[in-house]
Design a protein around this ligand. Structure first.
Ligand code: ATP
Ligand code: MG
Ligand code: ZN
Length: 283
């Protein structure tokens, strides 16, 4: 499939710890202790992500699945610079020839990357939207951040985007606070797509939505992938969502990737005991 192309995104050695670390937990292969998730029993440091490595190809959907606390949100927050990594390297095609380590860039460059190269959809729409600003205004904000200043063009782009996610144009000037959870997620998706980023990060985008609404949002994500060929990282604790969307999947546990491969293969023949448990609970 797409693997013959150069990767869109390369991530290597991504590590994020909360706490100072100690001799015991920094040198161990895995965090000792075990019983209490990913917390070092000696110094109390939480190793939220540890030595994460993957590639994402253009237009591909990569799923990230794992139990609560396994580090999924931390991973996407690091990719979007909401959190500073402890260590690691990330490069993206189309920015400085795909050679620069984005984690080491200055804040201004990181802002540029967030506004031009990436879009983020948060689990909690309050983090991604200004609830009291109109939906069109939310999109305008993102466009202005990427140096679009023509009012007419901004308005047209906002209405295009909102139509794409099926928000009626009669409501484009209403603030998201007036909307249902599913509508808010759709506004968030349109905002994240405003500057045509080649990479979209989606964290638990359907969690907490009604099944019927969930199906519509999942449908929308598939349509976007097909029409716009956006590469996506889709985080979910729900293997059903991953099965519907992801070409390849990484399984996380206690901050580490325990399994990584084609989604179909992982579902049919899970290798790691933890993945087996996940898959069986889906059946
Ligand atoms: N600011 C923080 N300070 C300390 N520990 C944190 C912080 N943020 C996250 N953690 C810890 O990092 C680990 C990973 O959390 P994270 O939110 O990434 O998990 P998750 O896989 O997204 O879980 P969920 O499915 O519940 O959303 C958890 O042990 C969490 O307690
Ligand atoms: Mg999370
Ligand atoms: Zn320690």
């Amino acid at each position: 499939m797409k693997q013959s192309e150069a990767p869109l995104l390369r991530v290597e050695g991504l590590t994020k710890r909360y706490g100072a670390g100690c001799e015991r937990c920094e040198t161990a292969e895995a965090v000792p202790g075990g019983e209490s998730e990913n917390r070092c029993p000696v110094c109390g440091t939480v190793w939220a992500c540890r030595n994460i490595r993957f590639h994402l190809y253009p237009g591909e959907i990569l799923g990230v699945v794992g139990e609560s606390g396994s580090g999924k949100s931390t991973l996407v927050k690091c990719l979007y610079f909401d959190e500073d990594v402890t260590a690691g390297r990330m490069t993206i095609a189309g920015y400085k020839d795909g050679e620069a380590n984005l984690f080491a860039e200055f804040a201004q460059q990181k802002r540029y990357i967030r506004n031009h190269v990436m879009g983020m959809v948060y689990q909690n729409p309050h983090l991604g939207l200004r609830m009291n600003v109109s939906s069109s205004g939310n999109i305008a904000e993102k466009l202005i951040a990427a140096d679009h200043f023509h009012v007419g063009a901004i308005r047209e782009r906002a209405s295009d985007l909102l139509q794409r996610v099926e928000i009626p144009l009669s409501r484009m000037d209403e603030p998201p606070r007036n909307f249902s959870g599913g509508m808010q997620q759709r506004v968030q998706i349109s905002k994240a797509l405003a500057n045509n980023p080649p990479l979209l990060l989606l964290d638990e985008v359907t969690t907490g939505l009604d099944l019927s609404v969930q199906a519509k949002v999942l449908d929308l994500i598939r349509t976007i992938q097909r029409d716009l060929r956006v590469g996506m990282i889709v985080v979910s604790h729900d293997l059903g969502v991953i099965r519907m969307l992801a070409d390849r999947t990484m399984v996380m546990r206690r901050g580490a990737i325990v399994e990584h491969g084609l989604t179909d293969q992982i579902l049919e023949d899970p290798q790691h005991p933890y993945t087996q448990l996940l898959v069986h609970s889906l059946l």
